[in-house]
Ligand binder design. Structure first.
Ligand SMILES: C[S@@+](CC[C@H](N)C(=O)[O-])C[C@H]1O[C@@H](n2cnc3c(N)ncnc32)[C@H](O)[C@@H]1O
Length: 299
């Protein structure tokens, strides 16, 4: 039976391997100030409750939120910001950064310690079968592809196309990756019926989403069924499951409790906590971004 460690952990995004690609420069006053390669941006960040450390935030753009906390708003961008994005890198992966109407830049920098952790779980392997659900623009998928075959599932045709472009940019278009435009919950249920198994699964579900056939995804309603199906795709030889949740009124303790219940037929360890990004420089503060629960099994 998988053992739950109740003491929360922090998975901290400090420096990217190429520090120029991503840095949290400062935060405070409900906003954050970040460098994405040569461009710095200001974005809303309700958890930055403190005061900024720097007196000035010279930026190439700022996202100005709408009145609705959950969405809306627009970018004010300097004309120097390229309309078709620019290239950044994380280890051997190259990808395009571009401000999107959803506040982010086509990738989530705070996931970097998760990509490292998944790779540690598969260390020395090149034959692993992994699954990335809600895979978006594919950085997690490309990170996993170092260790074997990856199935990448996302409901958005556009995101999958962008993920494939990132694979090409990284010179990884020949890697054994199945790129699927599909509804995550339906796909997982189908894989259970096919009696498939995976060595590792990562899921980064949004609070609300839609499948390609307009299927509705609501985290609070769908999460336990989806994790239940994922649990059936793992066995005692599998290495990991990683679940992140953000922008939801929920604690990591709840995610840990869910994994403890649904993975009880497996050996290994369940841990939980926060993902957070460290501001650059001495005394840099830690800015939380998401909660997680993870299962690992090295046996
Ligand atoms: C926040 S992103 C995931 C970020 C990604 N893991 C990363 O680190 O770059 C959420 C993704 O879920 C996808 N999505 C939303 N509803 C879905 C559904 N029902 N089935 C599959 N994917 C869905 C969206 O298209 C979006 O790409």
């Amino acid at each position: 039976m998988a053992k739950l460690v109740q003491q929360p952990l922090v998975m901290e995004c400090t420096d990217w391997p190429d520090a120029e690609s991503y840095r949290l420069l400062d935060s405070g006053g409900g906003r954050k100030y970040e460098a994405f390669g040569p461009y710095a941006f200001i974005r809303p960040e309700p958890q930055a409750l403190w005061q900024p450390r720097l007196s000035d935030w010279p930026a190439s753009g700022e996202f100005v939120p709408g009145s609705d906390e959950d969405g809306g708003g627009r970018w004010n961008l300097d004309p120097a910001v390229p309309d078709d994005g620019w290239e950044l890198e994380w280890n051997e992966i190259r990808f395009t950064a571009l401000p999107t109407p959803f506040r982010h830049l086509q990738f989530f920098p705070d996931m970097a310690p998760v990509w490292d952790w998944m790779r540690e779980q598969l260390d020395g392997r090149e034959d692993a079968e992994t699954l990335n659900m809600f895979g978006y623009t594919g950085l997690g998928t490309l990170a996993l592809s170092k260790h074997g075959r990856v199935t990448h599932v996302d409901a958005s045709k556009k995101s999958v196309a962008q993920a494939r472009e990132n694979a090409a940019l990284s010179g990884m278009e020949d890697r054994p990756i199945r790129w699927l435009v599909d509804d995550a919950a339906k796909f997982a249920a189908r894989e259970v019926r096919r009696e498939r198994r995976y060595d590792g699964i990562i899921l980064d579900p949004p609070k609300f989403g839609r499948g390609p056939k307009n299927e509705t995804w609501r985290l609070e309603e769908g999460l336990s069924g989806l994790i239940g199906d994922c649990a059936k795709l793992l066995d005692e030889k599998s290495a990991f499951l990683f679940l992140t949740v953000y922008a939801v009124r929920m604690s990591a303790i709840a995610l840990g409790g869910l994994l403890e219940e649904l993975l009880r037929h497996l050996p290994g360890t369940i841990e939980l906590g926060d993902l957070a990004v460290r501001e650059q420089g001495a005394g840099g503060r830690l800015l939380p971004t998401a909660i997680f629960a993870r299962w690992s099994n090295n046996g």
